[in-house]
Design a protein around this ligand. Structure first.
Ligand SMILES: Cc1cc2nc3c(=O)[nH]c(=O)nc-3n(C[C@H](O)[C@H](O)[C@H](O)COP(=O)(O)OP(=O)(O)OC[C@H]3O[C@@H](n4cnc5c(N)ncnc54)[C@H](O)[C@@H]3O)c2cc1C
Length: 428
């Protein structure tokens, strides 16, 4: 599922790639259509002996690549896939028994014990002119370039990604372990959309991180290590998706597919539009709508709120995120949602339920994030910004900010009962 903003970002990234290739005397040829038809035709036009591509791990991408391979082999052309998106692939890090890991910590220990991969050499200047074959325009329908975000898209392409990486490694990475949970601070790398579309390679990121970590003092090294852990989470979820593709259709732990989630459409719409009456949830959802992104801690809070307070299925939230996020990634998104709902591999147990008020107070102590995205609350003092109903002079009618659509303290026991009913069913 491609949201309009993510599609626009991808197209801009491809456009920049075309320009970068042209500088080196290469040429990007664009063709529209089904890969298994378009690629063999193009291979015949340029009389290619083999086609080389980078591997992806989503089930739909693997099915597509199998079709491409068989069409190319059918006309005597080779087809070779290379590891690119991750440092370690789905069958490269296994338990001692040779099975895929389902728990993150032991997976990350093995991952860290492996030699670090080095970046592949940069593309050289072309030695001969590119073949003169026709190229389609990058998009046939110009309206696809548009996007619904209120803020401009971030600059696309490799240069933009490298600049972000260097800016991050120049300082913020050393404080990452504390700043990453404060959504009001610009404490993370913002690299996820670039890693997703492949504008920057994971090997480049790891090599630069390694170089910076070596020179850092002890607290700085801690920040670097915590950031590395997040990069490993990314690979963990890629291998989960590949090895357990049923997660795309249901819970990693199938017993949780029996949960009878709420279908309250009004609650779902209030969540999507940032009108739940819980300031940290609403700020995060409005931030997503305006920018196509949301800090990780905020993603966890809104995902827990949807699944535990509103008791709406994580799959509805997962789909909404895929439509909205610039970095929408099947593996990371599914992993994040199942973790938050308590249905996943390394899930937070179902009885761990975030309180949206205390979460807001912890991660946004001055209310700066809420004030940025929920202007109706801008004048509230810090003490009540995360619970406006406690402010004697605050009125939903006058401010235009809604009253709470549910009361957290009442929803918590209901949610626990919902999960327990399913557990009882499977334990019986
Ligand atoms: C409900 C939910 C949905 C999510 N959906 C996505 C998604 O669709 N796409 C996506 O890339 N990430 C997703 N994440 C993970 C995480 O929130 C984002 O990767 C992160 O916020 C991106 O910001 P950043 O680039 O500044 O990350 P940084 O904090 O700088 O981290 C560096 C990189 O590590 C990876 N990463 C960081 N945290 C995680 C994580 N928890 N799981 C997997 N990879 C991680 C990303 O590639 C990120 O760019 C989701 C998390 C949750 C809880």
């Amino acid at each position: 599922m491609w949201g309009a903003a993510r599609l626009a970002f991808l197209l801009r990234s491809v456009e920049v790639l075309g320009k970068n290739l042209a500088h080196l005397g290469h040429r990007l040829v664009v063709r529209s259509g089904r890969s298994e038809e378009v690629l063999p035709r193009l291979a015949a036009e340029v009389r290619a002996e083999a086609v080389f591509a980078n591997k992806r791990y989503e089930p739909y991408a693997q099915a597509r690549d199998r079709k491409v391979a068989s069409a190319l082999y059918g006309q005597g052309v080779g087809f070779e896939l290379s590891k690119d998106a991750v440092a370690w692939e789905e069958r490269e890090i296994l338990t001692q028994a040779g099975n895929p890991f389902t728990v993150f910590t032991p997976y990350s220990k093995v991952w860290r014990s492996r030699p670090q991969p080095t970046p592949v050499p940069r593309l050289m200047q072309a030695k001969e002119p590119a073949p003169e074959v026709p190229s389609d325009p990058l998009v046939l329908d110009p309206s696809v370039w548009g996007h619904p975000l209120r803020q401009p898209l971030p600059a696309a392409g490799e240069r933009a990604a490298l600049d972000l990486l260097e800016r991050f490694l120049d300082g913020p990475v050393f404080r990452y372990d504390t700043a990453r949970d404060l959504p009001a601070e610009d404490g993370t790398s913002s690299l996820s959309p670039y890693l997703r579309v492949g504008s920057i390679g994971i090997r480049t990121v790891l090599a630069r991180l390694r170089a910076v970590r070596e020179k850092a003092d002890a607290p700085g090294q801690r920040g670097c290590d915590v950031w590395l852990t997040e990069l490993i989470w990314r690979e963990f979820y890629q291998q989960v998706l590949h090895n357990f593709p049923h997660v795309l259709k249901g819970a990693f732990r199938p017993e949780y597919d029996a949960i009878r989630w709420s279908d309250d459409e009004g609650h779902f719409q209030a969540w999507c539009t940032g009108r739940t009456g819980y300031p940290i949830v609403d700020a995060a959802m409005r931030c997503l709508a305006a920018t196509g992104t949301m800090p990780n801690r905020a993603r966890m809070i809104v995902a827990m709120f949807l699944t535990k307070d509103l008791m709406i299925s994580w799959q509805r939230g997962e789909r909404w995120f895929m439509q909205q996020l610039l970095d929408g990634d099947l593996a990371a998104n599914n992993g994040g949602w199942q973790w938050s709902a308590g249905t996943g591999t390394d899930a937070a147990p179902y009885f761990r339920i975030f309180n949206p008020v205390t979460q807001g107070e912890k991660c946004d102590p001055t209310g700066a994030f809420v004030r940025r995205w929920v202007p109706e609350l801008a004048k509230l003092p810090d003490a009540t910004i995360h619970q406006p109903w406690e402010e004697p002079f605050f009125s939903p009618a006058r401010s235009g900010y809604p009253d709470r659509i549910v009361i957290h303290a009442e929803q918590r026991p209901k949610c626990l009962a919902m999960f327990k009913a399913v557990k009882r069913g499977t334990d019986a």
